[in-house]
Design a protein around this ligand. Structure first.
Ligand code: SAH
Length: 220
């Protein structure tokens, strides 16, 4: 039986979602397009039914396989970093997870290419993309450390798991003028980094401290 619905009721209702948007504003998110997309995207369908009532809290939640759905503030922040005074058309995401960040991006750019190393998570995410009628998402079950070679270059790349160092392949697959947003650091603490490709050199700006699951190698 299908219990989850897209509109939600009670703790997943539109009123509950509005509260989350107010909170994101308070925390400094100002990109109205990002806020509008997050307001209309049901986050409760990305988590287990038992956690649906917490889906509009500004917190990360478990999605199984030792992974998490990112905190809404972080999704808003990274998406805003990618889109500030920039209109990327083709975007690569590394770390599909439950597909929430993917779904937000897909409503803001032309095409999203997303790579996930855990097959079971990717299967579930694909079902959600269909449910939301998002048809501009291409998925691949692979190790995202290598990017997505035959679809490169990308206008932007967003990585939602943390490496200790930025993978070379991702830098190479960035188009000129393109942007990479990635958490970089140790297992427990990382810093969000924005990298812009200028011909053959890269500009780097470090932003706030964050806590992501590690970017691992290989696929399962
Ligand atoms: N984007 C998700 C966040 C998922 S958590 C969201 O919207 O909430 C990070 C995800 O990155 C996990 O699903 C994990 O399996 C995946 N991951 C980790 N290392 C990876 C790699 N090398 N290639 C692809 N995916 C990876």
């Amino acid at each position: 039986m299908e219990i989850t619905n897209l509109d939600g009721i009670g703790m997943t209702s539109q009123r509950t979602r509005e509260r989350l948007i107010r909170q994101l504003r308070k925390e400094g998110i100002t990109n109205e397009k990002v806020l509008a997309v997050m307001r209309r995207t049901p986050r409760h369908i990305f988590v287990d039914e038992a956690l649906a009532s917490r889906a509009y809290e500004n917190t990360a939640l478990p999605i199984g396989h030792g992974q998490t759905i990112s905190q809404p503030y972080i999704v808003a922040k990274m998406t805003s970093m990618l889109l500030a005074d920039f209109a990327p058309k083709r975007v690569l995401e590394v770390g599909t997870g439950c597909g929430y960040q993917t779904s937000i991006l897909a409503q803001l750019v032309d095409e999203v290419y997303t790579v996930e190393r855990i097959a079971a998570l990717l299967q579930q995410a694909k079902k959600r993309f269909r449910k939301l009628h998002l048809y501009n998402i291409k998925t691949q079950h692979a190790d995202g450390n290598w990017g997505w070679e035959n679809q490169a270059p990308f206008d932007a790349i967003l990585v939602t798991a943390a490496p200790q160092q930025v993978p070379e392949s991702l830098l190479r697959q960035l188009d000129y003028g393109g942007r990479l947003v990635i958490p970089v650091g140790s297992a427990h603490q990382q810093r969000l980094r924005l990298i812009v490709r200028r011909a053959e050199h890269f500009e780097r700006v470090d932003d706030e401290f964050v806590s992501f699951v590690p970017l691992l190698s290989g696929k399962v």
